[in-house]
Design a protein around this ligand. Structure first.
Ligand code: C5P
Length: 207
């Protein structure tokens, strides 16, 4: 059984890599960011203050992911609310077990997020840290949003990503950072195929 942990910044290509590795090895994939996004969206709908730790944790504990279509979770607002609730220790605790039991599946699993290699699955067999320049990540995210019919300007996206990176890196609980034993990939100049092949070679050697 092989656990693959992929962490990194928004729009770095970590989700694409996670899906491709999961398909290659025939194991399930969990996009853990969706858990935080769904918690943020659910709290907003319920009118709960995103700094109210107890109330947000209660929502996280009762989360029913089937209620939130992917498009609702992919908006810039959902991303911002996700990174706010993700800074709350009790929210992270509530989502921890879900992630652990997913990782514990018999045949192995791929999980992507911000703290998989450091906190959720420190024992993972293979770890990656994926990042790219903020300009390139903003360009990618703007293209995605434009396709989804929700265009936003490049300048606004760069500002949002900077704000989100700072919040994720400086929070007290499980700050976003590379695990010591992670292979670090800078995808600024790499296409999805290059990233996949480099990662696969590493996984095959380690796993
Ligand atoms: O990866 P994604 O952009 O969907 O994640 C949304 C937010 O959820 C991140 O900005 C981060 O604050 C939070 N997150 C986290 N830990 C994870 C996954 C996501 O804190 N494992």
């Amino acid at each position: 059984m092989m656990i693959i942990a992929i962490d990194g910044t928004l729009a770095s290509g970590k989700g694409t890599l996670a899906k491709r590795l999961a398909a290659h090895f025939g194991v399930p994939h969990m996009d853990t960011g969706a858990l935080y996004r769904a918690t943020g969206v659910a709290a907003t709908i319920a009118g709960v203050d995103l700094t109210d730790e107890e109330a947000c944790a209660e929502i996280a504990a009762k989360l029913d992911l089937t209620l939130y279509p992917d498009a609702d979770l992919r908006t810039a607002e959902a991303g911002q609310s996700a990174s706010k609730v993700a800074a709350l220790s009790k929210v992270r605790q509530a989502l921890f077990e879900l992630q652990r039991s997913f990782a514990g599946q018999k045949g192995g699993a791929v999980l992507d997020g911000r703290d998989i290699g450091t906190v959720v699955c420190p024992e993972a067999d293979v770890k990656f840290w994926v990042d790219a320049s903020v300009e390139e990540r903003a360009r990618r995210r703007c293209m995605e949003l434009e396709k989804a019919g929700k265009p936003i300007s490049l300048e606004q996206m760069i500002a949002e990503l900077r704000e989100r990176d700072i919040r994720d890196k400086t929070r007290e609980v499980a700050p976003m950072k590379p695990a010591e034993d992670a292979l670090q990939l800078d995808t600024t100049q790499m296409g999805p195929d290059d990233v996949f092949e480099t990662a696969l070679n590493f996984a095959l050697k380690k796993g």
